[in-house]
Design a protein. Sequence first.
Length: 110
Amino acid sequence: MLPTKNRLDLARQFRHFKNSPHVIESPYFRMVYRAASSEPKFGFVVTSKTGGAIQRNRARRLMREMVRLRLDQLPPIEAVFIGRRRLTEAHLEEVLASFDKALSKISLSR
């Protein structure tokens, strides 16, 4: 589980990302991010189109775990991950490889 200081919890925090120009697409998730002033913070969203509660919870757990494993390598960003349908059938290694590729694309310039 992610430490509390690294979580976006409130709905109003998620709304800030609606019109963010920084988006990275992956086969397993969509990452919408912006620069942060201090600690990196993350939120996770999985829609009901992904499947039932079991599939949605598994997708959220996979995304949280990929961020937790790479937390020390992340720049100071705030990001929301939106899970895709393929995430429910993926293995952690595949998701980590996709996340590593996404990390290499992060650009905080305006």
